[in-house]
Write a protein that binds this ligand. Structure first.
Ligand code: SF4
Length: 422
């Protein structure tokens, strides 16, 4: 069997390659390849015009018409990644038996529409399967919007039995992507050493996407890092949602990575848990090359902390800052995420929290809030946000009356963070 596998374009007001790879899709394709399935892979995002020394970068983009529902947003709407012509050229000589399309954010589904249109012209009679986060979170919308696609929104067992390929859950989730089969050039590699998270925060859809928790065998992770280091990769990006959990297993893994003694940078865009950090772990993070480690905080308001999932409190934050500094992370060399723009947010309180964190030597990364389908907080918006384009975190706060204050907070945070480099 020969499969054409496609990671569609992002269509949005803004997009940047903050180490963005369709990780689950690459695991799936690697697994299929191990079962002797032939794969032709197209990543529509594989075109950048500028890169930084950490592997991140600006995508090539083209302005496209704004959807009617977003017409009042005073920003340009763009398609990010390769051009339509480049895509057509890539599929020109392909002779697949089946087409797989993945997806990510629900509000990027118009990128899949572009793919659908071209596939109709070229492979109209072939079966096409759409999977990934979008149909898992809003299956009914996906079915309605893509009637010619088979929508895969449930268990992997069903998907594999549809393809008539044997499936082993453990083998699947302990597979790490074989990037060399899918990319000619790599600026970084993404990996997971675990799947899932022990918490269940009310703004996060993790339980819907991966309800249980599983850690990969240490040897797999260590071999993977070594393999790509030997291929010249210096930036490794952890997609784990709970890398430090359980602590003892995280320590064992980090000790193995430390033994490799590699000159690498390890990034944690999905955040680490402050609650699980102790002094030994802080030393290990420093010694293994964790670069500007990010931690999930979201808010310093104790009532909201409890209400949203009770994953951290101020005491744990202060304790962790001490551990990190003692381990050798200087002021401004570690960050916390704070949520910005959620309804009824007290922006004065947020500003004070940002100041407090700055004085503790912590860099603040503001994560723009938007309600994610499948989360408790989304329930309050179910009716208003039926259209996935409105789930977009770069526009959610445009509906917020405190637009000016939100821009001021962003600017204020930027200025404070800059001070760490002066
Ligand atoms: S701790 Fe992070 S990954 Fe886990 S449920 Fe909360 S937000 Fe999601």
């Amino acid at each position: 069997m020969r499969i054409l596998a496609i990671n569609p374009w992002i269509v949005d007001f803004a997009a940047y390659d903050f180490w963005l790879k369709p990780y689950g899709f690459l695991v799936l394709l690697t697994y299929l390849k191990q079962k002797n399935i032939e794969i032709d892979y197209i990543d529509c995002l594989d075109k950048k015009i500028k890169k930084d020394n950490l592997g991140r970068g600006k995508y090539y983009w083209q302005i496209i018409p704004k959807p009617e529902i977003l017409k009042d947003i005073p920003r340009k709407f763009k398609r990010y990644g390769i051009s339509i012509e480049e895509f057509k050229l890539k599929i020109k000589d392909k002779k697949p038996d089946l087409i797989l399309i993945t997806s990510s954010m629900t509000y990027w589904y118009l990128g899949i529409k572009e793919v659908e249109k071209i596939l109709k012209e070229n492979f109209n009679s072939l079966p096409k399967i759409l999977g990934g986060v979008y149909p898992m979170l809003v299956p009914e919308h996906a079915k309605k919007t893509f009637p010619s696609f088979y929508i895969f929104s449930s268990s992997l067992e069903k998907f594999f039995s549809f393809l008539n390929i044997p499936f082993d859950n453990y083998q699947f989730y302990t597979t790490l992507p074989a990037y060399e089969n899918f990319y000619n050039n790599l600026d970084y590699v993404v990996l997971r050493t675990s799947w899932g998270c022990p918490f269940n925060c009310s703004f996060c859809a993790i339980k819907k996407l991966f309800p249980s928790f599983l850690r990969l065998p240490k040897k797999k992770t260590v071999d993977f890092i070594l393999k790509y280091y030997q291929k010249g990769i210096k930036n490794f990006v952890l997609y784990d949602d709970a890398f430090l959990y359980p602590q003892e297993e995280a320590k064992e893994l980090l000790k193995e990575i430390k033994k490799l003694n590699l000159d690498v940078k390890i990034h944690t865009p999905n955040a680490l848990h402050l609650r699980f950090l102790d002094q030994e772990l802080a030393y290990l993070l420093k010694e293994c090359g964790f670069f500007n480690p990010h931690f999930g905080l979201e808010t310093l308001n104790p009532t909201l902390q409890k209400k949203w999932g009770d994953k951290v409190n101020k005491e744990e934050l202060i304790r962790s800052i001490k551990y990190l500094k003692k381990a050798g992370f200087k002021e401004g060399e570690f960050s916390v995420y704070l949520l910005l723009g959620f309804p009824q947010q007290d922006l004065e309180e947020l500003k004070k929290d940002i100041e407090f964190l700055h004085h503790q030597g912590v860099k603040v990364s503001l994560a723009e809030y938007s309600p994610t389908p499948g989360t408790k907080l989304f329930e309050n918006y179910r009716k208003e946000l039926e259209e996935p384009l409105l789930h977009n975190n770069s526009i959610f706060y445009f509906f917020n009356k405190k637009l000016k204050e939100i821009f001021e907070i962003k600017n204020f945070t930027r200025q404070l963070n800059k001070k760490f480099y002066q």
